[in-house]
Design a protein around this ligand. Structure first.
Ligand code: BTN
Length: 246
């Protein structure tokens, strides 16, 4: 069960906050609220999701008491740097501030600690706004994450409310921040730079070496045919858990 007062104390901004013990998906709830006319910037959190949504149509396991499942209704960014890049930076900053733990970023917006994914981010458009969903595993659930060997947890002792409040604060701050400083933070934490990856292009698997991240958050890769910039989708490394960190 989450405590609203504690979230508001950590948040600093006067933002409407709605808490659910359980819901299907905080992203779905917030999209529904927006479509029915409630377009206030706001935060919605659940202690437990029964149908947490991940990127690329996947699901996101969201057991009770151990994780953070939060969605923010936001305006679209004012520039061409995607919201998900801003959010990855904001979560890294908040986690470090609250727990001292140093997360790494796998392009575009998966966050890793000790070679395990501890946070996923899903941004979805609704009307003329964006719903930014963040799922962060704070503690390992008793049964682990069945079928998701890459998943791990922060194993932080701090209150989930402090993390929710500070993540929201840092997301709102990055919305006002000029993109140069966001990008330099992102590039420092990006664990794919210099690695060999594979990605899908027109239905074909291609190999490449990651050169870096461009000014719009695209992944710059060197293939046998020349330089390419990946804007969406997913990249993988042969045995990612091992090689991406070596
Ligand atoms: C991913 O890793 O593919 C993205 C996962 C995003 C999960 C969060 S949890 C809060 C919000 N509500 C959802 O249904 N999904 C996002």
């Amino acid at each position: 069960m989450l405590n609203k007062e504690k979230i508001l104390n950590a948040l600093e901004y006067a933002l409407p906050v709605t808490l659910f013990d359980v819901t299907d998906s905080t992203n779905l709830r917030l999209k529904e609220m927006c479509r029915s006319g409630d377009k206030r910037l706001q935060l919605l959190c659940a202690d437990h999701q029964t149908a947490g949504r991940g990127r690329l149509g996947r699901s996101f396991l969201s057991p009770e008491n151990t994780g953070i499942y939060m969605s923010l209704l936001l305006p679209l960014p004012k520039d061409d740097l995607p919201l998900t890049i801003r959010a990855a930076v904001a979560v890294c900053r908040a986690v470090e501030e609250v727990t001292g733990k140093h997360l790494l970023i796998k392009w575009v917006n998966d966050l890793f600690l000790n070679r395990k994914k501890v946070c996923g981010i899903l941004a979805e458009g609704v009307e003329d706004m964006a719903v930014l969903g963040i799922g962060l595993n704070v503690k390992m659930p008793r049964g682990g994450f069945p079928g998701v060997p890459i998943a791990g947890a922060l194993e932080a002792d701090e209150d989930r409310e402090a993390l929710i409040g500070r993540i929201s604060f840092h997301v709102l701050k990055t919305m006002e921040e000029e993109k140069g400083s966001i990008l330099s933070f992102y590039r420092e934490r990006m664990l794919l730079t210099g690695k060999e990856i594979t990605f899908m292009h027109s239905g074909q698997e291609k190999n490449a070496r990651v050169v870096g991240v461009d000014d719009k958050g695209g992944l710059v890769v060197q293939t046998a045919q020349g330089m390419e910039i990946l804007r969406t989708g997913e990249v993988s490394i042969g045995s990612f858990q091992v090689s991406a960190f070596e």
